[in-house]
Ligand binder design. Structure first.
Ligand code: A2P
Length: 341
């Protein structure tokens, strides 16, 4: 059967979660050739249903599911679940596309952004392709063309990450705390380390021995791996902000060859998956709510020369962390696999 007519048995692991649910809608939107859709979650959700192409699909318990016959498995149920079950799905013959950080830094697992390094997806000795972390993901389609043409030496980045990056419970906590505080009630942080409503928290994932958090180090490790250049220096600060959908990043990029704002605008306007929104007027820049939420592209604005440095440029990069930052790229990787890549 040719790839044009072939259909695939697709399993979504974590189908009831914020990313899993979006994976289902993006598979449908992009008309991915799904022959059979299998929705998997924990025993808590088994017996319920999720929507796929207007139909109700039963949610099955991952713990008792036999992966034989699954062609492509999209995992977004956390690192522990990936660690235990992804190898089992791969051993049963599925190509696993994993959204957790479990396998990302293993040399024999490709880490792929569909527009940037699709060639890497072809070599997957363990049957697993890793989906980058959301904050790295949105930066790559922007940095890749700059690195190719101008040679990036160093990146300073501060992230402004929405609560949906912490899953459904993150969104529930922001909603609940906001309502409680507006009603003059006491709040008690559960999901996040401090009050998230009307606040921001410079702490995502665990602290590392070097004083950075793991979320910050993901930006370092993943940028070097995806751009295939260990010499790129990355200095990140990752911050959780009270925004529901859409991560933003203030990025300073130092280059070997000088990059002017005009050249950057032209280069990024032509970059796949990137949209430039850069006018010097109110609203002439992307924000999570006005541009990114629910949209596929990575938006770039506030492009300006760093006047404190001989060869550096400032960028403001915004994307929907659940779509391009997770579910969309996972489906794009499934498309690469389906196309024989
Ligand atoms: P469940 O609904 O059964 O808890 P989010 O990141 O939005 O919190 O979503 C996490 C997803 O991962 C959910 O679909 C959740 O299913 C799923 N999940 C969490 N733990 C497990 C587990 N042990 N086995 C299977 N799925 C899990």
């Amino acid at each position: 059967m040719s790839n044009a007519t072939r259909t695939f048995t697709v399993a979504v692991v974590g189908a009831t979660g914020a990313v899993g649910e979006t994976m289902l809608s993006i598979l449908a939107e992009r008309d991915f050739p799904v022959g059979k859709l299998i929705a998997l979650a924990s025993a808590r959700s088994a017996g319920g249903t999720v929507d796929f192409k207007g139909q109700k699909v039963d949610v099955l318990d991952l713990a008792t599911f036999d992966p034989t016959g699954v062609d492509i498995a999209l995992f977004s149920a956390g690192g522990g679940v990936s660690k235990e079950y992804a190898p089992k799905f791969a051993a049963a013959g599925a190509v696993v596309i994993d959204n957790s950080s479990t396998f990302r830094y293993d040399d024999d697992v490709p880490l792929v952004v569909s527009e940037v390094n699709p060639h890497a997806a072809k070599h997957r000795p363990r049957g697993i392709i890793a989906n980058p972390n959301c904050s790295t993901m949105q930066l790559m389609p922007v940095l890749a063309p700059i690195h190719r043409e101008y040679g990036i030496t160093r990146v300073n980045v501060a992230t402004y990450q929405s609560v949906s990056g912490a899953g459904r419970s993150g969104m529930e906590e922001l909603g609940k705390q906001t309502a409680q505080l507006l009603a003059f009630q006491e709040i008690e942080p559960q999901k996040f380390q401090a009050q998230i409503a009307f606040n921001l928290i410079p702490h995502i994932d665990d602290f590392q021995p070097n004083g950075y958090t793991k979320e910050e180090m993901k930006l370092v490790w993943e940028t070097q791996k995806i751009l295939e250049d260990k010499s790129i220096l990355v200095n990140p600060t990752a911050v959780r902000v009270p925004v529901f959908y859409g991560h933003s990043e203030a990025v300073n990029v130092e280059t070997r060859k000088k990059l002017t704002p005009e050249a950057a605008r032209a280069l990024l306007a032509a970059a796949p998956g990137v949209e430039v929104v850069d006018e010097h007027k109110a609203g002439g820049y992307p924000t999570p709510v006005t541009h990114a939420s629910g949209q596929d592209p990575v938006f770039v604005g506030r492009i300006r020369e760093d006047f404190s440095h001989p060869s550096a440029i400032n960028l403001w990069v915004v994307a929907d962390n659940i779509r391009k930052g997770a579910a969309l790229n996972a489906v794009q990787l499934a498309e690469l696999v389906a196309a024989g890549g």
